[in-house]
Design a protein around this ligand. Sequence first.
Ligand SMILES: C[S@@+](CC[C@H](N)C(=O)[O-])C[C@H]1O[C@@H](n2cnc3c(N)ncnc32)[C@H](O)[C@@H]1O
Length: 212
Amino acid sequence: MTELEKDAAVPARDRLAFGPLDIVFDDSVLVPRPWTIAQSTWARELLESAPAGGVLELCSGAGHIGLASVHATDRRLVQVDRDPHACDLARENAAAAGVAAEIRCGSLSEVLRDDDRFALVIADPPWVPSAGVEVFPDDPVWAIDGGDDGLDVARECVRVAARHLAPDGVVLLQVGSPEQFAQLDDTLRECGLAAIEVRSLAGGALAALRPQ
Ligand SMILES: C[S@@+](CC[C@H](N)C(=O)[O-])C[C@H]1O[C@@H](n2cnc3c(N)ncnc32)[C@H](O)[C@@H]1O
């Protein structure tokens, strides 16, 4: 490998402010999207009336959404992503934020223990349909490709969240739009969850779910 090739292989690092946090990322992960701070803000509101217990973040990437959700609270945070490099960045960001997050690297259906229960589950799965990923040429395909209808990982997130939700807990799921969220009706019914509110965001949509 030439020196030039070695340089090209090192992901370019950058940082940005995300709410109160200073977040590092690089070009091997999805760049933190500023509008997703709305997921952290809503999560913090939900935590005010959530039962005791920790927060689980599924598809955490560099970790910023979950970190901003629990920062300066006493809620425990467990973050899950299958990309080892994203997990390294999440560890670095958690240390810088002063949050003792536990980062579990692996597929979301494999890294949770049977008895894990959480007061709040945040999920930010890939939600772009495979045929549309070229609309986002700057984003790593594996971070945004959600399969044929964009919802393969979102369905998995709903199932995992339902299995690991504490009684009276709440799920806060990000998808592409309220219309796309409506396609999850069957999965929600199968899991005994129902939407209490759906909000449109600048670049996607959020749905808060509770056990029926
Ligand atoms: C849309 S990105 C969101 C990342 C981060 N929350 C953000 O805002 O930048 C989706 C993330 O899900 C992860 N992912 C995709 N499928 C997964 C799976 N089955 N289990 C765990 N993580 C997964 C990807 O590695 C990627 O980091």
